[in-house]
Design a protein around this ligand. Structure first.
Ligand SMILES: [Zn+2]
Length: 304
């Protein structure tokens, strides 16, 4: 009912609510402003971290902070070039050996899971995945997904969206990137993934990590079974992503050669070491009920 009456109105709104992303020059539907999106990221991150077991092992956190600070510096420098404020960065390691994942919420709020360490193998591998996740935030993919949901009237409002009792809280967190922590599968679109791959490799190269590590990481990931992690969504498929990375590699290597190189050390064994590693993270199994409808409606609106 609401959806039927709201849609014609929102078409006018959609046309006046598109912004051009400075990093891609792609036009994005944006019904939340960046300050709001950042605030939601900050609150959402605090909520997730209050619920998840945090691994504070110094050996395991040292590489996360080292890589994190290098990627953060490269991202903030790039943001400054575009007139954007630096992020207020945070890096947390969640003790969950079963979860092969990582994410970054708007505002530079980053989570890695202990289960991803064996796939990353070393700090350069960690830099590739962190660059990818930070890119989703810089490219405002979370705000774009929330805007798509708001546009089709699925009940999200920008204000108070993370209220404790809100039935939309989990969907908002999922839209902002923390889906694996709330058990709500909300994959990014193919365009979002390609953009994050491209900007992520650039970030890693600018930060002083060899972008060729991206290809190794993707080959590792393509051998994984089970639920695909965020950065191994089914679209584009791993072969396509590796092929794209190979095409981009000359440009990435030019950036890398100009950068101040970071040391690359193997990551320590993270499994079975967390003080609370026995607590399992929720399985990502629930489908977002509105996601497909939201995608279709917005695609239709944008074609007009
Ligand atoms: Zn991604």
């Amino acid at each position: 009912m609401m959806r039927r009456t709201l849609l014609p109105l929102s078409l006018t709104l959609l046309l006046s609510a598109c912004v051009t992303n400075p990093y891609t020059n792609r036009s994005q539907l944006m019904l939340v402003d960046e300050a709001e999106e950042t605030q939601m990221g900050v609150e959402g991150y605090a909520q997730v971290m209050a619920e998840e077991p945090i691994n504070t092992d110094a050996d395991l956190n040292a590489p996360l902070l080292r890589v994190g600070r290098a990627i953060a510096a490269a991202a903030d420098k790039w943001r400054a070039e575009k007139g954007d404020e630096p992020y207020d960065w945070e890096f947390k390691l969640i003790a969950s050996d079963e979860t092969v994942n990582a994410w970054c919420m708007p505002g530079g709020k980053i989570a890695f899971y202990t289960g991803i360490y064996p796939i990353l193998e070393d700090e350069a591998g960690m830099a590739i995945v962190m660059g990818h996740e930070v890119s989703h935030a810089m490219l405002r993919h979370g705000g774009e997904r929330m805007s798509q949901n708001i546009a089709v009237g699925v009940g999200m409002s920008a204000a108070g969206i993370l209220a404790k009792d809100s039935e939309y809280r989990d969907m908002a967190l999922a839209a902002l990137g923390a889906g694996v922590s709330v058990g709500l599968l909300l994959p990014y679109s193919r365009d979002h993934e390609s953009e994050a791959d491209f900007l992520g490799l650039q970030l890693a190269a600018r930060a002083g990590y060899d972008p060729r590590e991206g290809i190794r990481i993707w080959e590792n990931m393509s051998k994984l079974g089970g639920t695909p992690p965020e950065w191994l969504s089914t679209h584009p498929n791993p072969a396509t992503r590796i092929q794209q990375m190979q095409e981009w590699m000359p440009e990435m290597l030019t950036t890398y050669r100009r950068s101040q190189k970071m040391p690359n050390a193997p990551l320590p064994n993270a499994l079975g070491r967390g003080p609370k590693a026995q607590k399992k993270a929720p399985k990502v199994s629930r489908q977002a009920p509105h996601e497909q409808a939201a995608g279709r409606a917005v695609a239709t609106a944008q074609r007009r």
